[in-house]
Design a protein around this ligand. Structure first.
Ligand code: ATP
Length: 334
């Protein structure tokens, strides 16, 4: 069995960092980058606290044994951060100087579109190759059907809503459940179907208050004693989840209305098997692409296969919701 192969010598030292919001599966991706680098005899460094740590020189070598027992852990052992200083040329200069001290000649950025934007600017300014791995629970990145953490977050939400449903049924209540998704309704749409929600409100479509009210009235009339309405943070009706609930309570007095905002619990927890496998595949491919001389691309997944998308397209492109899922959700609420 192959255990290591010789390095092509183009890339000898790489750095990996996690940036932006944390997501389950980031640790599995770090582990994969570190072990894939070791396989190819490339030295790997971990940058702590994202771009801010790069500016501050918080960079340490990582070997295959530094990433033991992390594949099953949520969060990120490298920590994550948002760095305003990296948005300035001066900040990026400091960051590059720190990479040079360790002779780092390429970086793998695990994060969302903001992190990719920073990485692309950095690559353009200093000529250092950058490969992106999409890590964000919202799944709002073009060029991949799944971002790291999305599958875990959906499973966390479904489990929580199943529990909420138990109390909703016992008290004949209508629950508004707010889930993450400022710009994309992927979590709300999929978990809404998975947890059997009566209505799903997403940023991509403006259902309108009146239609929502009529639909809930119909559902009540049809004999439903409890209901769940999934609301993505960025829903387009223009009211927050508490205002929505108040409006429905005022206009549908038969129901006792409650609100549950799931919040940050959606980001945490052990990654699902899907996210662990995806992270392992993406990390390996990222290292292999750097070795081949690829730069400025994001690793993604489409139809079960690894894909490459230019970072600028991944940043600017829209991750569209699947209209088939919208149709399924509409029919399932009957
Ligand atoms: P999430 O999807 O979880 O929000 P993200 O990667 O989009 O993750 P951001 O906070 O948007 O998170 O970006 C992370 C970091 O990337 C920023 O704190 C900043 O350091 C860097 N960054 C973002 N945009 C730019 C930019 N235009 N120029 C330089 N750096 C940037």
């Amino acid at each position: 069995m192959e255990t290591t192969v010789s390095s092509d010598a183009l890339i000898t030292n790489i750095a990996v960092l996690t940036s932006g919001g944390d997501a389950p599966g980031m640790n599995a991706a770090i582990r994969s980058v570190v072990r894939s680098a070791a396989f190819y005899k490339i030295k790997c460094f971990g940058v702590f606290r994202g771009y801010q740590g790069m500016i501050e020189g918080s960079i340490k070598p990582l070997g295959p044994r530094s990433v033991n027992s992390i594949i099953n852990k949520g969060g990120t052992i490298l920590k994550s951060a948002r760095s305003d200083e990296f948005r300035t040329k001066e900040g990026r200069k400091k960051a590059f100087a720190n990479l040079q001290k360790s002779n780092i000649d390429a970086i793998v950025v695990i994060g969302g579109d903001g992190s990719f934007t920073g990485g692309l600017i950095f690559q353009q300014e200093f000529g250092i190759p950058v490969i992106g791995i999409p890590g964000t629970i919202d799944n709002d990145i073009f060029g991949t059907s799944h971002t790291l953490g999305y599958d875990t977050a959906m499973n966390t939400v479904v489990e929580a809503v199943d529990k909420i449903r138990d109390t909703a049924i016992s008290h004949n209540r209508l629950f508004f459940v707010e889930v993450m998704g400022r710009d994309a309704g992927h979590i709300a749409l999929n978990t809404g179907i998975g947890a059997g929600a009566e209505e799903i409100l997403i940023p991509e479509a403006n259902m309108g208050l009146d239609r929502l009210l009529q639909s809930l009235k119909r559902s009540k009339k049809s004999g439903k004693l409890s209901s769940i309405v999934m609301v993505a943070e960025g829903d387009k009706i223009g009211k927050n989840v508490f205002e929505l609930a108040e409006y429905i309570e005022d206009n549908l007095p038969d129901y006792e209305v409650r609100v549950s905002v799931l919040g940050h619990m959606q980001r945490g927890g052990a990654p699902t098997c899907f996210d662990r496998v995806l992270a392992s595949r993406m990390g390996l491919r990222a290292v292999e692409e750097l070795r081949k001389g690829t730069s400025g691309y994001m690793i993604g997944i489409g139809n079960g296969k690894m894909t490459l998308t230019p970072l600028d397209k991944a940043i600017k492109g829209e991750s569209k919701i699947d209209n088939e899922l919208v149709r399924v959700s509409e029919i399932m609420r009957l």
